[in-house]
Design a protein around this ligand. Structure first.
Ligand SMILES: Cc1cc2nc3c(=O)[nH]c(=O)nc-3n(C[C@H](O)[C@H](O)[C@H](O)COP(=O)(O)OP(=O)(O)OC[C@H]3O[C@@H](n4cnc5c(N)ncnc54)[C@H](O)[C@@H]3O)c2cc1C
Length: 427
């Protein structure tokens, strides 16, 4: 522990990783008076939140946008970033590519009435959801959504909309460790349809879609700059060891003694870091699987209004596409997510992956496209598949906290909330 001017001993916390989890934890730990040292393997902060500029256009390797919900807004204001915000268009459809056509997903009452993605029978079946019961033990996401909303709605948009984010087959995801937790986080413990209807009737507004003029990395950069003296970039942690009541964080530059540690790396790295502290915990952490994912930025003259599409038809390497051009007014930019979990495809060269993504974009939209950049993210997205049952056996040693998507909620908002909760727990 170190002391402040009043002589009060300040807890000395080591944070491993400076992605959104590590930076949020650093922000809240420092606010609570801790002495924080952060170790980040790469040369920049942000982790999977990464923006760059190609030919003068901003592109994003990870998330393309977020919602300005309360936790995000608080950070935006604390780091004086409001003027850098760029607002997206909320009122545009999201499409499903089904039986060779882009069809609007029924995500509003208006599109639900208009879309030809579902038959009238399929639409009527959705209305029976309040009569169905809660998730059953060992129920999968596809079984759960099929039982609640009917198989047509489940297969043609709901299951792909949820599981497509992670590149996992919804038949391999237990509700208990995936969708169920997400519903719990937003406070849904009964009918999903009644919850949505109540919010509509009460006029509860969904927070707006936002990014920053220079891309989402503006947020991690701002947090980093404020705490730069305590954040070591280019400094991978190689192991953790016990050191009396505390721990030593080992790096190639030497060892750092801390009272407690916050680990924010993906589970496979956390497993290797914890090996010397507790082999059994390391083996449990090693069971969580991730899906590598390819992110291809395309340039195209396609000009349809929408947020993008999910591919439901078989035979494509493209899982979905975000239309930055329409949603965020990023001219000519389209982002394709490809080959989720398909290690053979993602092992191929960038040129092959980019060209294939561009050809598929053309066959789906009718507009030609050319690749601007190709990035394969590893380990990629947490799979939230059957391997997540390992959570029940995960018992983290005292003094170490996990702040990461595999134990809690993925997404930037989830990471900020988890960072705050972690700071409260650690201190
Ligand atoms: C393609 C994609 C699209 C997404 N879309 C959205 C979206 O639209 N909206 C949304 O809210 N969320 C989205 N997400 C999810 C969101 O980006 C993540 O949940 C969040 O950014 C994860 O942050 P993290 O800090 O937990 O992990 P990471 O960003 O993975 O950070 C972990 C950090 O640990 C570092 N590290 C690893 N090993 C070591 C080591 N040995 N020593 C030190 N440091 C180490 C890494 O370099 C990295 O910086 C998306 C994610 C992806 C991949």
């Amino acid at each position: 522990m170190s002391s402040d001017v009043s002589g009060t001993r300040r807890p000395n916390v080591g944070v491993i990783g400076a992605g959104m989890s590590g930076l949020a934890a650093t922000h809240y730990l420092t606010n609570r008076g801790a002495d924080v040292t952060v170790f980040e393997a790469s040369a920049r902060p942000g982790g999977v939140v990464g923006s760059t500029t190609v030919d003068g256009r901003v592109i994003e390797f990870g998330p393309q946008r977020l919602r300005l919900s309360k936790p995000v807004e608080t950070l935006v204001d604390e780091y004086e970033l409001r003027d850098a915000l760029r607002f997206g268009h909320d009122d545009q459809p999201l499409f499903a590519y089904y039986e060779g056509e882009l069809r609007p997903m029924p995500l509003s009452v208006d599109t639900a009435l208009r879309t030809d993605l579902l038959s009238w029978r399929g639409k009527a079946r959705i209305l029976a959801e309040p009569l169905t019961g809660p998730a059953k033990p060992d129920e999968t996401v596809s079984e759960f959504l099929g039982r609640k909303f009917g198989t047509e709605a489940a297969d043609r948009f709901m299951a792909p909309l949820y599981s497509g984010l992670y590149g996992t087959d919804p038949a391999d995801m237990y509700v208990e460790y995936s969708l169920g937790r997400a519903l719990e986080h937003v406070g849904i413990d009964g009918s999903i349809l009644l919850y949505v209807a109540k919010r509509l009737l009460e006029g509860v507004e969904t927070p707006p879609i936002v990014t920053f003029e220079d891309g989402l990395q503006t947020l991690p950069n701002a947090i980093y700059e404020t705490h730069a003296d305590d954040i070591h970039l280019d400094t991978p942690v190689t192991a953790l060891e016990r050191d009396g009541d505390g721990f030593t964080i080992l790096t190639d530059d030497g060892g750092y003694s801390v009272d407690s540690v916050v680990v924010t790396t993906p589970a496979p790295t956390a497993a290797s870091l914890l090996e010397r502290i507790d082999g059994s915990v390391a083996r449990t952490l090693d069971r969580f699987t991730y899906n590598p994912i390819g992110v291809v930025h395309l340039e195209s003259g396609y000009d349809r209004e929408g947020h993008g599409f999910h591919v439901i038809d078989d035979g494509f390497i493209t899982n979905g596409s975000t239309w930055n051009h329409s949603m965020l007014d990023r001219e000519g930019i389209y982002t394709s997510y490809v080959g989720s979990g398909d290690t053979d495809l993602l092992a191929r060269d960038e040129k092959t992956i980019g060209e294939k993504a561009a050809l598929e974009f053309e066959s789906i939209t009718g507009s030609s496209a050319s690749p601007l950049s190709v990035e394969v993210l590893r380990p990629g997205m947490p799979a939230y598949d059957r391997s997540w049952a390992a959570l029940d056996e995960l018992s983290i040693p005292d003094g170490i906290a996990i702040c990461s998507s595999y134990t809690s909620r993925a997404g930037i908002v989830g990471r900020i909330v988890d960072g705050k909760r972690t700071a409260e727990t650690v201190l």
